[in-house]
Design a protein around this ligand. Structure first.
Ligand code: ADP
Ligand code: MG
Length: 635
C-alpha cells in the first residue's frame, strides 16, 4: 500500500505477520469460516456493550437495538460486516488488530512456532493448522486483498479507520465524526473469492455457522434488508429444536475452540433457583489448561445479558475444562463482577452444576469405557486436583479416577484394583514418578512383582498432592511403595505360600548388623538411616522415605520451585539376599574392611540415587571410586 494518506503507519507484530503470511497465501478450502470469525467477534462486541450499558445506560441509548448487518456488494466486489457493539478506540485497534491478542490466534501462532522448531511437523501443512485453530480476525485476509475497519467506541467522539493489505503493516487515520457506534469491517474481495459478494452464497454461510447467534443478523442486498436468523439465544431454545451442528457451532463460538465437544449438557432448572446451563467438555485440551491467566471458561449471563467469563465461584478450578454458558434468572442485572464471588445464588448454581457434571461423567464411564478413557487422558490431571481440593467430593472423584498400573494395559479404576487385591492384602499400593513406562522397572516394585501384587503407577505431578491428603478408598488405605516399611508377608506368593523366612535368609539377616552399622557411619550425613529391605528381591539397594516423610518426587518438585530449602531425608535400604551385599556383610565382620566398605557405601548410595534420576553429589569422587572398584575386579 502506498503511503499517501495522512494516517499513521504501523508494523504488525512479528507473530501476526507470520500468521498473515500463511493466511494470505493459503489455499484453505473452507475459507468461508472467515465469516464465522467476524460474526463471532461482532456478537462478542455487542455482549460487551450490553454489559457496560448496565452501569452506563447512555452508552446504548443512541442506538439501542443491537444487531449485526452483513452487506455483500457484487458491483464493488466487497463484503461488509457491521455491528453496533462496543467498538474500538484508536489504541484498541492497534492492540487488538496488530498484535496477538485473540486466544485462537495465540494458539495458532504457538503451534506455528512449534512446527518451525520441528522439521518433521512442518510437513503437516499450515492449512491444517488454520482448520484446527482458526485465526480470528485475521481470517478476513483469506478472502481479501485489503480490509478496512471503521470503528467508534461507545461513548467516544472520535472514530478511526484501520486499513491493511495484510502484508506487514497497517494504517490508522481518523474517520468522520458521524460514524455510527460500533465496528464495520469491509473486505475488498480477492479475485477468486468473489462468491462472497453473492447474497445467496453469503446467506448459506451465515446459516451454517452462525445460526446460534443470539442477536439478529441482517443481510443487506439489492436494496433490501432481511433478518436471516432466529436471534434467540441458543441455550434458551428447546433441546428438540437444536441440531448437533448448531451445538457444535455454538460451542466453537463460545469457547473460542475449533474441535468438537466431547460432551454436551443442556439443562433448565426450574426449582428454587431458575437457570439454564449449556455446558461442554471439549475433545481436546486447550493450550492454556495450566495457565493461571486463562479465560474463556463458563460464561455467566443474567437473563440473556452477558456478565462475565471470570466468575470464580461458578466452576471450581478442577473443572476448568468446562466451557459454555450459565444464564440465571435470580441474579440482579447490575450485579458487579466482584460481588459475584461470594454470592449465594452463584454458590447454589455451582453446586448443582458440579453434581450434574460428575453424574454425567459417571454415566459415560459406565456406558462407554473407551470414550471415557479418552476424556480421562485429556483432562484426568485436572479432575484429580479436586481429590485434594474438594473433601466433600473426594470419594466420588476417586471413583471417576483412572490410573496406570503394573498389571494392566490402559486405564485401571480403583474398583478394578480392589477387585483384584490378593488375599491378605490390606492396602492399595502406589508408586509416584515421572513416567509410568520407566517406573515399571523400578526396584521398589520387586517384592510386589514377585507376589503378583498390583501397584498403581502415578505419573502426574498432581498425584504427589492428592496422595498426601487422601488416605483411603473404601477403607483400603493408599500406601506408597517408596515410603516406610513395606511388609508383604501376609500375602501369599505366586506359589500360594506365605513368606516364611528360610534358615538361610534368617542367617543372612542376622549377619547384616555389622555391615549396616558401618554403612551408617560412612553415610552419616547423607541418609537418615540404613536398613534391610523387604521390598527388594533382585537389586542390591534403593532409597526410600520414612513413614510420614514427603515423597522423594515431591521433595524434588518443591526444591525446583524454591519452596523447599533443605534436603529431605531418605533411607538407604539394602537387600540381604543380593550376592554383593552378602559378600560385603561377610567382609564387614572381619578386620580391616573399613576402607572397602566405605567406598562401597558411597557407590551403593550413588547407584540408588541414579535409579531415582539424580546425579551423584560428587561426580568426580563417584567416578574415581567406580574405576578403582572396576580395576580391582579385573586385576
Ligand atoms: P478473539 O476473538 O479470539 O479475541 P480475534 O482475532 O477474533 O480474537 O479478535 C481480536 C480482538 O479484536 C478481540 O478480542 C476484540 O477485542 C477485538 N475485536 C475484533 N472484532 C471486533 C469487533 N467487531 N468489535 C469490537 N472489537 C473487536
Ligand atoms: Mg474472535
Amino acid at each position: 500500500m502506498a503511503d499517501t494518506s495522512t494516517g499513521e503507519r504501523h508494523e504488525f507484530q512479528a507473530e501476526v505477520s507470520r500468521v498473515l503470511d500463511i493466511v494470505v497465501n493459503s489455499l484453505y478450502s473452507k475459507r468461508e469460516v472467515f465469516l464465522r470469525e467476524l460474526i463471532s467477534n461482532a456478537s462478542d462486541a455487542c455482549d460487551k456493550l450490553r454489559y457496560e450499558a448496565q452501569i452506563n445506560g447512555s452508552l446504548l441509548a443512541e442506538d439501542p437495538d443491537l444487531k449485526i448487518t452483513i452487506t455483500p456488494d457484487q458491483k464493488a466486489k466487497t463484503l461488509t460486516v457491521t455491528d453496533n457493539g462496543i467498538g474500538m478506540s484508536h489504541d484498541e485497534l492497534i492492540e487488538n488488530l496488530g498484535t496477538i491478542a485473540g486466544s485462537g490466534t495465540a494458539r495458532f501462532a504457538e503451534q506455528l512456532a512449534e512446527a518451525e522448531k520441528d522439521k518433521s511437523k512442518k510437513e503437516k501443512s499450515d492449512v491444517n493448522l488454520i482448520g484446527q485453530f482458526g485465526v480470528g480476525f485475521y481470517a478476513a485476509f483469506m478472502v481479501s486483498d485489503s480490509v478496512t475497519v471503521v470503528s467508534r467506541k461507545a461513548g467516544d467522539d472520535k472514530a478511526w479507520r484501520w486499513t491493511s493489505d495484510g502484508r506487514g503493516s497497517f494504517e490508522i487515520e481518523e474517520a468522520p465524526a458521524d460514524t455510527p457506534r460500533g465496528t464495520s469491517i469491509e473486505m475488498k474481495l480477492k479475485k477468486d473469492a468473489k462468491e462472497f459478494s453473492e447474497p445467496l452464497r453469503v446467506q448459506t454461510v451465515i446459516k451454517t455457522y452462525s445460526d446460534h447467534v443470539g442477536l439478529p443478523v441482517w443481510i443487506n442486498a439489492d436494496g433490501k434488508s432481511e433478518q436471516i436468523n432466529e436471534a434467540a439465544a441458543l441455550w434458551q431454545r428447546p433441546k428438540s429444536e437444536i441440531s448437533a451442528d448448531q451445538y457444535t457451532e455454538f460451542y466453537r463460538h463460545t469457547a473460542h475452540a475449533f474441535d468438537e465437544p466431547w460432551l454436551t449438557l443442556h439443562n433448565r432448572a426450574e426449582g428454587v433457583i431458575a437457570y439454564t446451563s449449556l455446558l461442554f467438555i471439549p475433545e481436546q485440551a486447550p493450550f492454556d489448561l495450566f495457565d493461571p491467566a486463562r479465560r474463556h471458561g463458563v460464561k455467566l449471563y443474567v437473563r440473556k445479558v452477558f456478565i462475565t467469563d471470570e466468575c470464580e465461584g461458578l466452576v471450581p478450578s478442577w473443572l476448568r475444562f468446562l466451557k459454555g454458558v450459565v444464564d440465571s434468572e435470580d441474579l440482579p442485572l447490575n450485579v458487579s463482577r466482584e460481588v459475584l464471588q461470594n454470592n449465594p445464588v452463584v454458590a447454589k448454581i455451582s453446586k448443582a452444576l458440579i453434581k450434574r457434571v460428575l453424574n454425567e461423567l459417571k454415566k459415560k464411564a459406565e456406558k462407554d469405557a473407551e470414550g471415557y478413557a479418552a476424556f480421562w487422558g485429556t483432562f484426568g490431571q485436572v479432575l484429580k486436583e479436586g481429590i485434594y481440593e474438594d473433601q466433600e467430593r473426594r470419594d466420588e472423584l476417586l471413583k471417576l479416577a483412572r490410573f496406570k498400573s503394573t498389571e494392566a494395559e490402559g486405564w485401571v479404576s480403583l474398583e478394578d484394583y480392589v477387585g483384584r487385591m490378593k488375599d491378605g492384602q490390606e492396602s492399595i499400593y502406589l508408586l509416584t514418578g515421572d513416567k509410568a513406562e520407566t517406573m515399571k522397572t523400578s526396584p521398589m516394585l520387586e517384592a510386589f512383582r514377585a507376589k503378583g501384587v498390583e501397584v498403581l503407577l502415578l505419573d502426574d505431578p498432581v498425584d504427589e498432592f492428592w496422595t498426601m491428603s487422601a488416605d483411603a478408598y473404601e477403607e483400603k488405605p493408599f500406601t506408597s511403595v517408596s515410603r516406610g516399611d513395606i511388609d508383604l508377608s501376609a500375602i501369599a506368593g505366586k506359589d500360594g505360600k506365605k513368606d516364611e523366612k528360610s534358615e538361610d535368609e534368617d542367617q543372612a539377616s542376622e549377619g547384616l548388623a555389622p555391615l549396616v552399622a558401618m554403612l551408617k557411619l560412612a553415610l552419616e550425613n547423607q541418609v537418615k538411616d540404613v536398613r534391610e529391605s523387604k521390598r527388594l528381591t533382585d537389586s542390591a539397594c534403593c532409597l526410600v522415605v520414612d513413614e510420614g516423610d514427603m515423597n522423594m518426587r515431591l521433595q524434588k518438585m518443591l526444591k525446583a520451585t524454591g519452596q523447599l530449602g533443605m534436603e529431605g531425608e531418605r533411607i538407604l535400604e539394602i537387600n540381604a539376599k543380593h550376592p554383593l551385599i552378602a559378600s560385603l556383610a561377610d567382609k564387614a565382620k572381619g578386620d580391616g574392611a573399613g576402607k572397602t566398605v566405605e567406598d562401597m557405601a558411597h557407590l551403593l548410595l550413588n547407584q540408588a540415587m541414579i535409579l531415582e534420576g539424580e546425579l551423584p553429589k560428587d561426580p568426580t569422587a563417584f567416578a574415581k571410586r567406580m574405576s578403582d572398584a572396576m580395576s580391582r575386579a579385573v586385576s
